[in-house]
Write a protein that binds this ligand. Structure first.
Ligand SMILES: Nc1ncnc2c1ncn2[C@@H]1O[C@H](COP(=O)(O)OP(=O)(O)O)[C@@H](O)[C@H]1O
Ligand SMILES: [Mg+2]
Length: 396
């Protein structure tokens, strides 16, 4: 399809891709999308997940958890990832009896390997930067499908944090509920969007709260050699250590930052967890108590961010939880307690499969880009103005 035809379409079938901070795999969602802004309507056609093998995950972790990874590795993985993704897409489409020619475009978030939202000096100039790899142009050539990728850079160029970007999607989706809503995503990092009952875009607020699954995953991997604390079972067996909790509250610089703010593995990666676990050993804590306290802290950071930085009009009626953390029953139970009497539900219960929310979001953001519509939320990211996000790379 020519780019001109694609741009002129009113409805598009878009494949959204997300490869998140957790490095667990690639999430895929084919979405039929029509309209724009609050008038956007969409229908999920198919969803799928392709897990990274241990070997692939260790390559990614070398990049995302070691800020000193060699440049040649960044460059190689930038080409290797789209190859891997193109294979995953081909089998996903095939399994769902879809052909690549039926897909109008791909919206690809890419894999964040570096996100520096606080300015640092380069040759006398203060610069923020973010890098998502898995080159969209390579992916477009390998799949034959036009790709919209690299969504974060335009917002950052305008003085924004380039994150979070889900709030635009949260606004266009949740404003239909006409309730004071918090849309929470617990991926590697947790972020939250407030959507007022009247759906007024200018009142939408959002920020990264702190760790999502990142501390929990790293702790459980180091202590139990399991990928994650399934359903929060280990945490549920432990008890709270107020001393470890207070240590975290005092020493985690991110939760004390004012918004706009965003974070990633740069902050909550291996250095952070090693220091925390050393402290826990000094406090002679048992493993379940460590998991319990880290889970408690994860919810504490979410609640604290809402209390301090989100001005709501009336009480919160609905808290919709997306991301893999929505499966963590222990986290969900604590969220229900601290946000009571708000109704706390998985995003799936409100019509958006929690495992694919971000993939669906990037399909919708790609659609807006092809519509020529901005999709950052400037009051959230700190950008000076709305921006049309991403780069369009034409497929075959
Ligand atoms: N059943 C479960 N119980 C507890 N945690 C889970 C469960 N399923 C997934 N998760 C968590 O969700 C994470 C993946 O979440 P995801 O939303 O994909 O994050 P990201 O966007 O950072 O990739 C896993 O690493 C794990 O911590
Ligand atoms: Mg993931």
């Amino acid at each position: 399809m020519s780019l001109k035809t694609l741009l002129n379409k009113k409805s598009r079938r878009i494949l959204g891709l997300m490869s998140g901070t957790s490095c667990d795999g690639l999430d895929m969602a084919v979405v039929d999308i029509h309209g724009s802004g609050r008038n956007t309507r969409f229908e999920i056609v198919a969803t799928g997940h392709k897990a990274y093998t241990d070997r692939q995950k260790s390559v990614l972790l070398q990049l995302v958890s070691n800020q000193k990874a060699p440049l040649h590795l960044v460059s190689k993985v930038n080409f290797w990832l789209p190859r891997k993704w193109a294979e995953a897409i081909a089998s996903f489409l095939n399994k769902n009896c879809l052909s690549a020619t039926e897909i109008d475009a791909i919206g690809s978030h890419g894999q964040t390997v570096y996100h520096q939202s606080q300015p640092e000096t380069v040759a006398g100039r203060k610069i923020c930067s973010t890098l998502q790899i898995g080159d969209p142009s390579v992916l477009a050539q390998l799949t034959g499908i036009t790709v919209v990728g690299d969504f974060r850079t335009a917002d950052m160029a305008l003085g924004g944090q380039g994150a979070p970007l889900v709030p635009y999607f949260d606004w266009l989706y949740y404003s239909r509920f006409k309730k004071n809503t918090l849309a929470l995503n617990i991926g590697g990092i947790s972020n939250i969007t407030y959507i007022p009952a009247d759906g007024d875009f200018s009142k939408v607020t959002a920020l990264d709260c702190g760790p999502g699954n990142l501390l929990l995953d790293q702790a459980v991997q180091r202590m139990y050699e399991m990928p994650f604390d399934r359903n929060g079972n280990i945490a549920a067996r432990g008890k709270l250590s107020t001393r470890l909790l207070n240590y975290l509250i005092k020493n985690d610089t991110f939760i004390h930052q004012l918004p706009p703010r965003s974070t990633g593995r740069e902050h909550y990666g291996s250095t952070f967890i090693i220091k925390t676990l050393k402290r826990a050993v000094r406090l002679r804590l048992m493993e379940p108590d460590i998991m319990h306290t880290l889970s408690y802290y994860t919810v504490y950071a979410i609640h604290d961010a809402v209390n301090r930085f989100i001005k709501t009009e009336g009480p919160i009626e609905l808290l919709s939880v997306g991301g893999g953390g929505a499966h963590n029953k222990f986290l969900m139970k604590m969220l229900a307690e601290v946000f009571s009497p708000a109704e706390v539900q998985t995003a799936g219960r409100t019509g958006i499969d929690e495992d694919y929310k971000e993939a669906i979001c990037f399909a919708v953001l790609a659609h807006e880009t092809l519509n020529g519509m901005p999709s950052n939320v400037p009051q959230v990211t700190g950008a000076t103005r709305p921006a049309i996000l991403g780069k369009i790379c034409q497929g075959g």
